[in-house]
Design a protein. Structure first.
Length: 257
């Protein structure tokens, strides 16, 4: 394939990815105009690529617009690493939820974001904005800070190079302040957050390291700010993270330098 043709193919893939990535959990369907607005692509481009994605069943018709198609679901079920991590973590997560009564999260680090792999909601706990497959800037969450404190230095440097956007009024946006907190987290093995990722939320998290000591994920217990006693639940979170890590063989890490 000639270079020009290859570049053109890459551009098509990138634009298709923008269209698929424009969908949010709350969207019932999106029309061409809204997809064009969210992606910044011309309507003609969105219309053409949407027709092709529809043919391949990456999209499906829903009312006057589109929604994500069955093919994406099928492919998602074959993503091995998060699926295997979730399988190994579920028992530990159930025990942690039972011990704390709080909502339990399992997350991994992807670029500058945390991605939620599994969530077990606590009974009577407040509704939190987190969702499986959702993303939040790592520096704004306890799970993210727990992972940043234990990730390889080049990975941390790349995350910081993205900048520290303000998610709420309490989000840490100063690099030196964040670095100082990460040093404390690395010494304690626990990260705390209150109102940093969402108003009214509180969280305590701990990194999950495989048997070789490499970062794989983070576990947390989350609840209402002012009601969740993070110091009380912290030992249970740390114990759960250590227990999960002991189940993971060397080189389980999803983060590389």
């Amino acid at each position: 394939m000639r270079t020009a043709e290859w570049n053109n193919s890459s551009s098509v893939l990138e634009r298709a990815g923008l269209i698929l990535g424009a969908f949010r959990m709350e969207d019932q369907q999106l029309g061409v105009s809204e997809l064009a607005r969210r992606t910044g692509l011309p309507k003609s481009t969105v219309s053409r690529l949407s027709a092709e994605l529809l043919r391949l069943q990456f999209l499906e018709r829903h009312g006057p617009g589109f929604r994500l198609g069955l093919t994406l679901f099928e492919l998602g079920q074959m993503v091995v690493t998060p699926k295997e991590l979730r399988r190994r973590a579920l028992g530990v997560m159930v025990d942690l939820r039972n011990a704390t009564g709080q909502t339990v999260h399992l997350t991994v680090l992807d670029a500058a974001d945390v991605v939620y792999i599994e969530i077990l909601r606590g009974r009577g706990t407040p509704a939190l904005p987190s969702r499986v497959g959702g993303r939040v800037p790592a520096h704004a969450t306890a799970v993210g800070k727990a992972m940043l404190a234990f990730c390889p230095t080049p990975v941390l440097d790349r995350v910081l190079a993205y900048g520290l956007p303000q998610v709420t009024r309490s989000t840490i946006t100063d690099e030196q302040v964040l670095r100082a907190e990460l040093i404390e987290i690395s010494a304690r093995g626990l990260a705390f957050e209150e109102n940093e990722s969402a108003p009214g939320s509180a969280c305590v998290a701990s990194p999950v390291l495989d048997s070789g000591g490499a970062l794989v994920a983070a576990l947390s217990a989350s609840g209402s700010a002012g009601l969740l006693d993070t110091e009380r639940v912290a030992p249970a979170v740390r114990t759960a993270a250590l227990a999960l890590g002991r189940q993971l063989p060397r080189n389980s890490a999803l983060t590389s330098d």
